[in-house]
Design a protein around this ligand. Structure first.
Ligand code: GTP
Ligand code: MG
Ligand code: ZN
Length: 371
């Protein structure tokens, strides 16, 4: 996909290549240096790696101005940016601009905001990790996959903690039927099962991101692939197999294999998705009857061919059930309006266009305007 890396560029190990070099040309002309975001420290502060080592970078005022509060306009881990050393502050840099992304894995921000939050940028492969203890959930895998397909990165499903499941191959077969053609790797960071297969993706200059719920073993797997990464690993509550959000920031590490691996905190939006699923499970009777409605988006009010109203009339469905189901569904919708429809979550095909528009804008940098 990418062209050969320019010989001996100090950022080549971080994935810098001829195409990035070209995209960066206007910034180079303005006297700026390329850098890759390796950690999101806090809002608008980043650890970036430059040809001369790691710096703490802060967005300049003009960056904020141009970003117009668009979350997507701000750097995320994995992004390539243009920086300059901060005068008189060693180890610090000013962050001027963001290079157009080749790919990005994002989620809809929680709390009803329409904007997307970018979890990782410029990734080649995104691993969707599930735990084979009690965490694994086919529906969630399907939803994750929608997000991954939209990201521009290749999705790989990882079923970790194989040592805790009596028949991991049966689960693999089930998922394979559900999402045929998507690579599935069964792993255990404890017994090292599947680590070679996983490592097969970790080739020099490639960027891999690990996403999934808290406690599924993302950091454990990355530590196995990048032996000296020493990412913190958390415990999982016995009661419900839930993790404790041990990883608190998104971080890119350079593995000995030459791959760039991004660890992410267990994604909280899963809680929203999970809530959706939990509701459907708790009201399986209604959901089941509703499959008989003529219209798939039937509200069970005055639509013709409504199987739910038929069941109410026949007395096979207690009306209180429908009332509480509606109430809970409305509450959930109020919490996350944009997550109401499954599939609407990640299908935002507009980003590539927006990215292209952004890239087409002439580069301006104070008085260093290109001639
Ligand atoms: N039995 C078993 N336990 C595992 C495996 N991989 C990880 N664990 C355990 O699962 C717990 C959580 O692992 P982490 O690597 O912290 O999980 P995480 O996905 O990074 O979690 P967050 O950082 O909270 O998102 C730890 O106690 C690990 O030792 C595995 O393959 N088998
Ligand atoms: Mg972690
Ligand atoms: Zn109906």
């Amino acid at each position: 996909m990418s062209e050969p890396v320019p010989a001996l560029h100090p950022l080549a190990p971080y994935g810098w290549d001829a195409a990035w070099e070209r995209a960066f040309a206007p910034h180079a002309a303005a006297g700026l240096e390329p850098a890759r975001v390796v950690v999101e420290l806090r809002r608008h502060y980043y650890a970036v790696v430059t040809g001369a080592g790691e710096l703490l970078a802060e967005c300049i005022g003009k960056f904020h101005h141009d970003a117009k509060r668009d979350a997507e306009a701000y750097p995320a881990v994995g992004d390539w940016v243009a920086v300059s050393p901060s005068p008189g502050a060693e180890g610090r840099a000013q962050l001027h601009a963001l290079l157009p992304r080749r790919s990005r894995f994002s989620r809809q921000s929680a709390g009803g905001e329409q904007s997307q939050q970018i979890i990782a940028a410029n990734i080649d492969v995104v691993f969707l990790v599930s735990g084979l203890d009690r965490n694994y959930n086919p529906k969630r895998i399907q939803r994750f996959l929608v997000a991954a397909r939209d990201s521009g990165a290749q999705p790989v499903i990882v079923l970790n903690k194989a040592d805790l499941h009596p028949d991991p191959e049966a689960v693999r077969a089930e998922i394979d039927r559900l999402v045929p053609g998507v690579p599935i790797v069964v792993t255990s960071s404890h017994t090292r099962r599947g680590l070679k297969l996983l490592g097969g993706h970790a080739t020099p200059g490639r960027t891999l991101a690990f996403v999934g719920s808290s406690g599924v073993g993302k950091s454990s797997l990355i530590n196995r692939l990048a032996r000296d990464a020493e990412l913190p690993i958390g415990e999982v509550r016995d009661k419900d197999a839930k993790g404790r959000h041990t990883t608190t920031r998104r971080e890119l590490v350079l593995a000995p294999s030459g791959a760039l691996i991004i660890d992410t905190p267990g994604m909280r939006e899963l809680q929203l998705w999970d809530a959706d699923e939990a509701l459907e499970e708790a009201y399986a009777d209604i959901v089941g009857v509703a499959t008989g409605c003529r219209f798939t988006n039937c509200r069970h009010e005055d639509e013709p061919g409504c199987a739910v109203r038929l069941a109410l009339a026949a007395g096979t469905l207690p009306p209180e059930r429908l009332v509480s189901y509606r109430k809970l569904k409305a509450e959930q919708a109020a919490k996350a309006p944009s997550l109401r429809k499954p599939g609407a979550v990640a299908s935002k095909p507009g980003w590539k266009k927006k990215e292209a528009e952004r890239a087409a804008k002439p580069f301006r940098h104070g008085q260093h305007r290109e001639e």
